[in-house]
Design a protein around this ligand. Structure first.
Ligand code: NAD
Length: 388
């Protein structure tokens, strides 16, 4: 197939990790006979330095006509002093989401078999399995609500608006994702005691779990959360009663994520809660350098990016983990280009590479594994893809 992909490397480690994902996409194109037209475009602080705008019109226009967008990360100390509306995070990230109508953010978090030791949780908890999907509302709530600062600068206010329409459309994404995950789900892993095995049992004795959505809110104190809960409950009853639904307060969800993450399948939540919970979910899987994301709207394209930021502390050192970006490219193949077999091949290449002991510094545990560079990890994964 032919596809136009907008490539937005951005700032900090962005160009380093995106280069490796492009390498993997090139390998996919070679192996499966596709023609990917990849257009590299400026965004973030890098774009501000050259064009005076973190989201230049030409970049936005190219993204609007692309079949999909792959983004590295934006921001860094160099641009922190810019006025808020010009900063990379606000102008480029929130701007792209708003202008492209990307209202649903999908963040899968799982522990890879070869990386169970990287989780900071006790092995007995990890052995029960961590494989969840956070569906976060992306264009509403406090991040987009009206903001005010008093004239004397001593008090401030952020509003958190949500409409029934905004809740319904993201809730539909979450219920549909739960159904899809339910179809392909491996049996839940049996509960283990003590240290997790290097490769936890795939052929669990427990039966496959039914699809489940946990809707996270703060309905005991927030009016928007009460609307959220009512709307999700009504949608579930009318269209998705085959999916299990539970409601949970966000403070409890934060606790349950470290106490027993295996209880979650799909977590549906609003913008700010999702931002915070997905970082927590990333950490329990081992490294933020492993977690991809997809941002989807009603239109055909989608935006794919690692969940981490520009990591200025390690930028330019060639040690960033490119796997989150490579897995984001796999999500792009699956969700925007309809190439499920190709996406599976990338996931398998990552799994095989990790199983072979190849590790970047963030996931090289102690002295067991010598760390490879960002580009060596990209080479290993594209090599594995071409070999299988
Ligand atoms: P960060 O995610 O960039 O870094 C947090 C920690 O994780 C750092 O120690 C970093 O070295 C490490 N890390 C991140 N990605 C890694 C990778 N691929 N491999 C190995 N280690 C990795 O978060 P931060 O430091 O809070 O933010 C830095 C900048 O990024 C800020 O300007 C922030 O606003 C911006 N940011 C951008 C995005 C985005 O573009 N989507 C998201 C979050 C933060």
């Amino acid at each position: 197939m032919k596809a136009k992909i907008a490539i937005l490397p951005g700032d900090g480690v962005g160009p380093e990790i995106v280069a490796e994902a492009v390498k993997v996409l090139d390998a996919v194109a070679r192996r499966f006979g596709h023609d990917f037209e990849m257009m590299e475009l400026p965004v973030g602080g890098a774009a501000y330095d050259t064009c005076g705008d973190c989201l230049p019109e030409t970049t936005l226009a190219a993204c609007q006509t692309a079949d999909a967008i792959l983004l590295g990360a934006v921001g860094g100390p160099k641009w922190d002093a810019l006025p808020p509306e010009k900063r990379p995070e606000r102008r480029a990230l929130l701007g792209l989401r708003a202008k492209l109508g990307l209202f649903a953010n999908l963040r899968p978090a799982k522990v890879w078999d070869a990386l169970t030791e990287a989780s900071p949780l006790k092995n007995g908890i990890v052995a029960r399995g961590i494989d969840l999907l956070i569906v976060r509302e992306l264009t509403g709530g406090a991040y987009f609500g009206e903001k005010r600062r008093a004239a004397d600068g001593k008090s401030a206010c952020d509003t958190t608006p949500y409409s029934e329409r905004e809740i319904l459309r993201v809730a539909r994404v979450a219920f549909a994702a739960a159904r899809t995950r339910g179809e392909g789900r491996a049996p839940a892993r049996p509960c283990g005691e003590g240290r997790a095995p290097a490769r936890p049992c795939r052929e669990g004795r427990a039966p496959a779990r039914p699809p489940k959505v946990t809707s996270v809110d703060k309905a005991n104190v927030l009016e928007t959360s009460r609307l959220w809960r009512e709307t999700v409950t009504a949608l579930h009853a009318s269209e998705y009663s085959d999916v299990e639904l539970e409601h949970m307060y966000v403070d409890n969800a934060a606790m349950q994520l470290v106490r027993d993450p295996s209880r979650f399948d799909v977590i549906l939540t609003e913008n700010m809660f999702g931002d915070i919970l997905s970082d927590e979910a990333s950490q329990i899987t081992g490294s933020i350098g492993m977690l991809p994301s997809a941002s989807l709207g009603d239109a055909r394209g989608g935006l794919y990016e690692p969940i981490h930021g520009s990591a200025p502390d390690i930028a330019g050192k060639g040690i960033a983990n490119p796997i989150a970006t490579i897995l984001s490219a796999a999500m792009m193949l699956r969700h925007s280009l309809g190439l499920a077999a190709e996406a599976d091949a990338v996931d398998r290449a990552v799994s095989d590479t990790l199983a072979a002991g190849v590790r970047t510094q963030d996931i090289a545990l102690g002295n067991d594994h010598a760390a490879v560079s960002t580009s060596e990890m990209g080479n290993a994964i594209s090599g594995a893809l071409l070999r299988t």
